[in-house]
Design a protein around this ligand. Structure first.
Ligand SMILES: *[C@@H]1O[C@H](CO)[C@@H](O)[C@H](O)[C@H]1NC(C)=O
Ligand SMILES: *[C@@H]1O[C@H](CO)[C@@H](O)[C@H](O)[C@H]1NC(C)=O
Ligand SMILES: *[C@@H]1O[C@H](CO)[C@@H](O)[C@H](O)[C@H]1NC(C)=O
Ligand SMILES: *[C@@H]1O[C@H](CO)[C@@H](O)[C@H](O)[C@H]1NC(C)=O
Ligand SMILES: *[C@@H]1O[C@H](CO)[C@@H](O)[C@H](O)[C@H]1NC(C)=O
Ligand SMILES: *[C@@H]1O[C@H](CO)[C@@H](O)[C@H](O)[C@H]1NC(C)=O
Ligand SMILES: *[C@@H]1O[C@H](CO)[C@@H](O)[C@H](O)[C@H]1NC(C)=O
Ligand SMILES: *[C@@H]1O[C@H](CO)[C@@H](O)[C@H](O)[C@H]1NC(C)=O
Length: 650
């Protein structure tokens, strides 16, 4: 017994050494044995010989196990190559995958080279991948050529991610041999032909994403065997035929997206078995028949999109019991394929992100079929109505002349100071958008009303200018591609009950697409249009900056600056004093900080209406300046002239 105890404690001692001293163990590894030694040297050489600068220029360290992205076992053999977490200043552009001799790493389990600028074909390398590899991520590169059928030899693979490449050809049926796979991501490639039915043998799969390819044919019914799947995405392919009813076996599914294909036939009622579904998108297909009432069993559903199909019959009342639902769409025109869009003849209705209870009939009832009595304003694109809904909420539907731009844009933009769109309808009887209702109407209206103008004191006016600046800075600098509003005017700045400002009316806004920026129609409101537009007919962000300047000035002087702008642009403003142009319905600011802010807003406004667009600041600069420490004016308030402000630096 005593002897046994002794053996046990020495094992413990050895373990302690290993734990404490892994680093020196890996350093020492090269002295282990001669075969091992030459193998370790070969691994280091293979890394160096790749010519990939990230390893070629490793400072100092002779031990490759310490290099960026290299992980070794205790014997000094590379088990993992991962440049995923590389945090360098330069993007990695490694070039050809074949530069790294992968046969040199017999212990490699993980190969993670996503987003490293790899190119070339996987075919050149597949032979040198060891059977031991179980995690292969070459996603987000520029790999070309096919997925070689030899991939079927990597039978230990559990994770395979080749998405975001330029891979072509068919998905090899040999993938069916990778029976340990739990994740398979091949989306965003140019894979064609049909999905091999062998995919049904990958019964460990939990995640399968083949979206954005050119896959054709039917969805194999064998998919029904992948009962561990939680995520299945096949959207944006050319899959046809009907949805196999076997889909009902995938009872663990949380996310199912088959949208933007050419699927026909009915929605199988078996879909009602997928009770864990949170996201169900079957939109943009050619599905026919009724919406199965079994959808009412999907009690966890948050997102349901069946739009752009040829479904008929009524919407099953069971859908009304889906309490989690925050997004629902039955009819909606999408922008992804043109042919789909033109199929439907304008029978679209969509409401989202409200409380899910507004119905299109409610809007008609509440406005008595858009009776003029409910009209609260006329915008650049149409009329705005006030609708009090049965649940007590108030929304502002706008009956439109042209609105497609507005919808597309507003769907994507989300900003505290941009009027929020709750839904829209395009139907042969109507065309409207549903906005959050703005109790106080437009800035223009408030400034024109003698009583309300006084309520809009200096602090509130400065704040409204800040809100506008934030919204425009977001549109110009945080949206990709940037969005130019094109029609900023005091009419399009709406105020809520707290007099917070919101930018609205995107009727004329278009995405700033470099190719289309020269093809602009006349846009904007007279008096707010940047002067260069008249002769260039090109709208840039700087046009919005100009219009912003006019509105900011208008907010401070209480009316459209009109002629004042002409005098400001010339040198005629030499003896125009700030105190004389500020809105005389308010007394001059008494609080020092308020006065400083007012002066600064006028200064910024003058910079924005500069006739030379290059001299105008960007909306981002303006919004930063307004957020930061506002500089002290150079002269006492009463002695500040507009000329001085115009020539002062921001
Ligand atoms: C791979 O990229 C490198 C540099 O980025 C380039 O020199 C080489 O020609 C490319 N090779 C292929 C096969 O595209
Ligand atoms: C790649 O490495 C293997 C094993 O180390 C070696 O046999 C082979 O010659 C190498 N290939 C090239 C092209 O260097
Ligand atoms: C696959 O690669 C893409 C691109 O690098 C990445 O966004 C994604 O999270 C990866 N994983 C899966 C399971 O798709
Ligand atoms: C798939 O693409 C490959 C190469 O891009 C092409 O040779 C082949 O004909 C295509 N197959 C189908 C069925 O379209
Ligand atoms: C599948 O890939 C597409 C394309 O990038 C992506 O939009 C979608 O969210 C992915 N699906 C899942 C379930 O991750
Ligand atoms: C589906 O498309 C394939 C070719 O991509 C075609 O051969 C087949 O007939 C189509 N099936 C149906 C039901 O339309
Ligand atoms: C729905 O369309 C099918 C044909 O696709 C037709 O047989 C059926 O009568 C229609 N049902 C309703 C309620 O319109
Ligand atoms: C706009 O620019 C494109 C190319 O940049 C040119 O082909 C086109 O003729 C231009 N259109 C107009 C109206 O100037």
């Amino acid at each position: 017994m005593g002897k046994m105890e002794c053996v046990v404690s020495s094992v413990v001692a050895v373990l302690v050494v290993v734990v404490v001293d892994t680093v020196s163990m890996t350093h020492a590894a090269s002295t282990h044995s001669s075969t091992d030694h030459s193998q370790v040297v070969a691994e280091a050489d293979a890394l160096r010989n790749s010519g990939w600068w990230i390893w070629a220029n490793q400072p100092g360290s002779t031990n490759h196990c310490n290099w960026v992205g290299i992980y070794c076992n205790e014997g000094g053999h590379v088990t993992k190559i991962s440049l995923q977490d590389y945090q360098g200043n330069l993007p990695l552009t490694l070039g050809e995958l074949s530069k790294l001799n992968l046969s040199s790493f017999p212990s490699l389990n993980f190969l993670i080279l996503s987003g490293t600028g790899l190119n070339g074909s996987i075919l050149d390398q597949i032979h040198s991948l060891t059977k031991l590899i179980f995690h292969l991520d070459l996603s987000d590169n520029q790999l070309t050529g096919p997925i070689p059928h030899q991939i079927g030899t990597l039978t230990e693979l559990t994770y395979l991610n080749l998405s975001w490449n330029e891979l072509t050809g068919a998905i090899p049926s040999s993938l069916g041999r990778l029976t340990k796979l739990t994740h398979l991501s091949l989306y965003y490639n140019q894979l064609n032909d049909s999905i091999p039915h062998q995919i049904g043998t990958l019964t460990e799969l939990t995640y399968l994403n083949l979206s954005w390819n050119e896959l054709t044919g039917a969805i194999p019914s064998s998919l029904g065997r992948l009962t561990k799947l939680t995520h299945l995405s096949l959207y944006y392919n050319q899959l046809n035929d009907s949805i196999p009813h076997q889909i009902g076996s995938l009872t663990k599914l949380i996310h199912l997206d088959l949208s933007a294909n050419q699927l026909t036939g009915p929605i199988p009622h078996q879909i009602g078995s997928l009770t864990k579904l949170i996201h169900l998108d079957l939109s943009d297909n050619q599905l026919t028949g009724p919406i199965p009432h079994q959808i009412g069993s999907l009690t966890k559903l948050i997102h349901l999109d069946l739009s752009n199909n040829q479904l008929n019959g009524s919407i099953p009342y069971q859908i009304g019991t889906l309490t989690e639902l925050t997004f629902i769409e039955f009819y909606k025109r999408k922008v992804q394929p043109e042919s789909m869009a033109t199929k439907k003849n304008g029978d679209l209705f969509s409401i989202w992100d409200y409380d899910g209870r507004i119905a299109f009939e409610d809007i008609f009832l509440a406005t008595e079929d858009f009776d003029i009595r409910y009209c609260i304003g006329v915008g650049g694109y149409g009329s705005v109505y006030r609708a009090q809904l049965p649940n007590g909420k108030v929304v502002a539907p706008a009956y439109l002349r042209s609105f497609e731009n507005e919808v597309q844009m507003l769907e994507e933009i989300l900003h505290r100071n941009i009027a929020k769109l709750h839904g829209y309808c395009l139907h042969n009887r109507c065309m409207f958008l549903i906005y959050m209702y703005m109790e106080r109407g437009s800035l223009y209206c408030m400034l024109s009303n003698e009583v309300e103008a006084v309520e809009l004191d200096w602090v509130k006016r400065v704040n409204i200018v800040k809100h506008m600046a934030n919204a425009l800075s977001y549109m110009h600098h945080d949206c990709t591609p940037p969005i130019i509003h094109r029609d900023i005017s005091s009419n399009n700045i709406l105020l809520d009950s707290k007099l917070e400002g919101f930018v609205s009316d995107f009727g004329t806004a278009r995405l700033l697409d470099p190719d289309s920026s020269n093809q602009t129609l006349v846009a904007g409101t007279y008096g707010y249009i940047a002067p260069e537009f008249a002769y260039t007919m090109v709208v840039t962000e700087k046009c919005d900056v100009y219009s912003f300047g006019v509105v900011a000035l208008e907010t401070m002087i209480g009316k459209h600056p009109g002629e004042l702008i002409t005098s400001l642009l010339s040198s005629l403003c030499q003896d125009l004093m700030l105190r004389d142009v500020l809105d005389s319905r308010l007394s001059l600011p008494e609080d020092l900080q308020v006065a400083i802010n007012v002066v600064f807003v006028v200064l910024l406004a003058l910079k924005c209406i500069h006739s030379n667009l290059q001299s105008r600041p960007t909306m981002q600069q303006i919004s930063y300046k307004l957020l930061g420490n506002i500089p002290f004016p150079k002269s006492p308030f009463y002695a500040i002239s507009l000329y001085e402000l115009k020539n002062q630096d921001m």
